[in-house]
Design a binder for this molecule. Structure first.
Ligand code: VAH
Length: 316
């Protein structure tokens, strides 16, 4: 990767990825883009920024040509809960945006990354140590777009030789940019609420296990995969990756070690609980470890300590 265009850069992943890419590759080699350009935003002010609506392929092509990018990281998409509320819009943005980004990558011979998710699995998928290759019949529109996206990226690689790569992200936890409209967002909200109010009402029920990862590990995974030797990638798109699997009571217990008075209660939201119930409890990431050396640095204890410290600084 030398010159990288990132779409959806103001989202939860994009905000931290663009910052890290600017550090590692130089700020003049990273073109951040999103559908809006908020005044005073650190990502907008911190380097090259272009407004791109991913449904406008000509604009995306024009920006990619203007900066002579060799890599496209396509992040713009609606997440699971929002997608379930607006399924047709989610299909249009998640798939319309993806096919435009793939077309630009094909025309300009760019390397390509887009994330899939554990949301690409469904209720018929084996729930524990979910294999890399298994049944994928998700019952959510988000999951349908993620499976379709995996297949489309494989097609662009096989048919057109585009160097497409991707991972199935678990829930991502960060203190920088709040998540927007996901099912796993409870695992971010709980830290903010613990510090602010000393209690949290979880919309995901106790005992509901989901895979999770701290954002620094997610950013490192994207860059490591994109720099990996292509000849070693058997699975290429949609590698299972995870750092930990926990249920709400377990993250609450870890927070209580730092804030003893912290209390959690449960008020499941039927829609997001149903989505969570359809996802795996834990996934197997052997292929990512073997094919490109994936590893995560943060477990629940290490992440909780860092999240609370960084949020105290941020909110101070
Ligand atoms: C969501 N955070 O909840 C995203 C992610 C695995 C979850 O895809 O929709």
């Amino acid at each position: 990767m030398k010159k990288i265009l990132v779409t959806g850069c103001l989202g939860q992943i994009g905000t931290e990825l663009v910052t890290e890419l600017r550090k590692r590759y130089g700020k003049d080699n990273v073109v951040a883009s999103d559908i809006r350009k908020p005044e005073g935003n650190a990502i907008v002010e911190g380097g090259i920024f272009e407004i791109i609506d991913v449904l406008d392929k000509e604009k995306m092509l024009q920006v990619a040509k203007k900066y002579e990018v060799d890599t496209i990281v396509h992040l713009a998409a609606l997440l699971s809960a929002v997608a379930e509320a607006k399924p047709q819009l989610a299909w249009n943005i998640n798939m319309g945006g993806l096919v435009n980004a793939l077309e630009v990558a094909r025309e300009l011979n760019c390397k390509f990354f887009t994330p899939s998710s554990i949301g690409a699995f469904g209720p018929d998928t084996p729930k524990d140590s979910t294999p890399q290759d298994t049944i994928q019949r998700p019952k959510t529109m988000y999951g349908v777009t993620k499976v379709s996206g995996e297949l489309l990226c494989d097609y662009y690689h096989t048919k057109f030789g585009v160097d497409t790569r991707g991972v199935r992200f678990p829930g991502l936890i960060s203190y920088v940019a709040p998540p927007g409209g996901g099912t796993t967002d409870y695992a971010v909200d709980i830290y903010y609420e613990a510090l602010k109010n000393g209690k949290y009402t979880s919309y995901i029920d106790k005992g509901t296990y989901m895979d999770m990862m701290y954002m620094p590990d997610a950013i490192n995974a994207i860059i490591t995969l994109m720099e990996a030797d292509a000849s070693k990638l058997k699975h290429r798109n949609a590698f299972n990756i995870t750092a930990m699997s926990f249920e709400p009571s377990e993250i609450a217990a870890e927070i209580k070690k730092h804030i003893p008075e912290f209390e959690i209660e449960f008020k499941p939201d039927p829609i997001r609980q149903a989505i969570a119930n359809s996802w795996p409890n834990s996934i197997d990431c052997t292929c990512a470890k073997k094919e490109w050396g994936f590893k995560a640095e943060y477990d629940l204890a290490k992440m909780t300590k860092d999240m609370l410290e960084k949020l105290k600084e941020k909110e101070a």
